[in-house]
Design a protein around this ligand. Structure first.
Ligand code: TYD
Ligand code: MG
Length: 455
């Protein structure tokens, strides 16, 4: 006999509880509990029930065959890179991002290239077929292999995908899909989880790769993030500032590739265009002869990207000075300020400090410490740093500059972008073949030395 009961599930982390909670004991989210009906069977296994022996299904690793052509080229290099070389056959990819960031746009765009050799079923629960057609026209997508289905019934969609057997299926978006037999509303954690499971089953059993769009909620997480993230094979996030035209695609999870890679795009009037040279884009429009700026180099996966660090220190009018960061860790800034005060006697107790990484990039690598310290120093002393200087290095609490990874790649990128002087940690000097580089390489072992270079 089946017995029905209600449980409460946190829509942020999936934590289950028998009673409603205002605050989730697991992840600390407020007002995140949703009522869910569960059906439990009170039948227990009896000894007469057969236990199935699966030993015949065990395979030797060597005898498992893999097709040569297991990845589909999407025609967009930046997307292929983030996916780890293309869309894997039978895989299920979650594409997350805020509404309006460009998820539907990029998926429609890749259909044009994929449509040359593959059939694609684009299932939309958000837009009408006419709206999709209008968008496709705008984007110049006119492939004959693209089929549109507008529906929000997940079971019907899954069985249609299985019966029509397209080469690739796109579901836009998971929050609009629902299973009729589940009472909760579309977008709730139960619906999202069960729909994802359903599509996952179709993708794996039919070997149809699927891309599922997921909107993020106001906190920047996909509704029911944990429950969805561990079901799918890859999770990609589209990020970007609403007021800026470029977008960054980042892999958060990838069973078939690295999670370090990023793809950079720019939203134009005819859809998203790849940005092959992000450093150039980020460095364009730098101010001339202004104090408080320095160029840093961030490694995004295997790719070095140059970004500008800006610091502004001004006399505070508060009892406790303000510190604000954009794109940089707040606590890290506090440490750097403490080092500057203690080791170099540069006191900032009466100064508000604002730090900004231009272009919405995040500088969350230790190598970003030195350019931040240089920008601060330059800002406080009101001494502009020469525009063709770039720096990288981690700062220790003793005021020393410590080595960083990928030193040669960083120097090469700086050289390519036309910089003439590069301040590197003295410890990393042995890892660089200085005679190979045209750029002037200046090793520094302490912050004091680095400051004396830019003087
Ligand atoms: P969209 O792909 O609909 O976002 P999502 O599916 O992630 O919600 O992106 C819509 C935004 O992109 C909208 O604000 C307009 C802009 N856009 C352009 O700037 N150029 C274009 O060619 C297209 C199609 C959209
Ligand atoms: Mg959309």
């Amino acid at each position: 006999m089946a017995k029905s009961r209600y449980i409460y599930t946190c829509n942020q982390c999936g934590y289950e509880s028998s009673k409603w909670n205002g605050k989730c004991p697991s992840c600390g989210a407020w007002n995140s509990f949703e009522e869910e009906e569960t059906v439990t069977s009170n039948k227990t296994k009896t000894s007469s029930q057969q236990i199935v022996d699966l030993s015949e299904k065990i395979l030797e690793l060597e005898e498992i065959g893999v097709d040569d052509d297991v990845r589909y080229d999407t025609g967009v290099g930046e997307l292929n890179r983030v996916l780890g070389g293309g869309l894997v056959k039978g895989s299920i990819v979650l594409l997350g991002g805020e509404p309006g960031i460009g998820k539907s746009t990029i998926l429609l765009q890749i259909c044009q290239y994929l449509g040359d050799d593959h059939s694609i079923l684009y299932v939309s629960g958000e837009e009408s077929a006419r709206q999709i057609k209008l968008r496709a026209q705008r984007l110049g997508v006119d492939t004959e292999n693209l089929y549109i289905l507008t529906s929000t019934d997940a079971e019907a969609v899954a069985s249609t995908i299985a019966s029509s057997a397209p080469d690739i299926a796109i579901i836009d978006s998971i929050q609009t899909m629902s299973i009729n037999s589940i009472t909760s509303s579309p977008g709730s954690i139960t619906q999202v989880r069960e729909c994802t499971n359903l599509f996952m089953h179709t993708a794996k059993s039919q070997e149809i790769p699927m891309v599922i769009v997921g909107h993020v909620n106001k906190d920047g997480a996909i509704a029911g993030p944990k429950v969805m993230e561990h079901i799918v094979d890859a999770v990609l996030y589209f990020e970007g500032e609403r007021h800026q035209s470029y977008r960054i695609l980042r892999a958060v999870k990838n069973r078939f590739g690295s999670t370090n890679e990023i793809g950079v795009f720019e939203m134009r009037d005819k859809g998203l265009a790849e940005v092959a040279n992000p450093s150039q884009m980020l460095l364009s429009g730098r101010p001339h002869n202004v104090s408080g700026t320095c160029v840093a180099c961030v490694m995004e996966g295997s790719r070095p990207i140059l970004a500008e660090v800006q610091a502004l220190a001004s006399k505070t009018s508060y009892s406790a000075p303000r510190r604000m960061t954009t794109g940089f860790d707040f606590n890290r800034l506090s440490i750097i300020i403490a080092v500057l005060e203690k080791r170099l006697g540069i006191f900032m107790g009466s100064l508000d400090v604002y730090l900004n990484i231009v272009g919405g990039f995040r500088l969350d690598e230790p190598a970003g410490d030195l350019p931040v310290a240089l920008a601060l120093y330059s800002g406080i002393m009101d001494k502009p740093i020469s525009e063709d200087v770039i720096a990288f290095g981690e700062i220790g609490l003793g005021g020393e500059i410590r080595s960083v990874s990928h030193i040669t790649q960083r120097i090469n990128e700086a050289e390519r972008m036309g910089f003439s002087t590069c301040i590197i940690p003295k410890q990393s000097e042995s890892a660089v073949n200085i005679s190979e580089h045209k750029i002037k390489i200046l090793p520094a072992s302490t912050l004091k030395q680095a400051f004396s270079i830019i003087k």
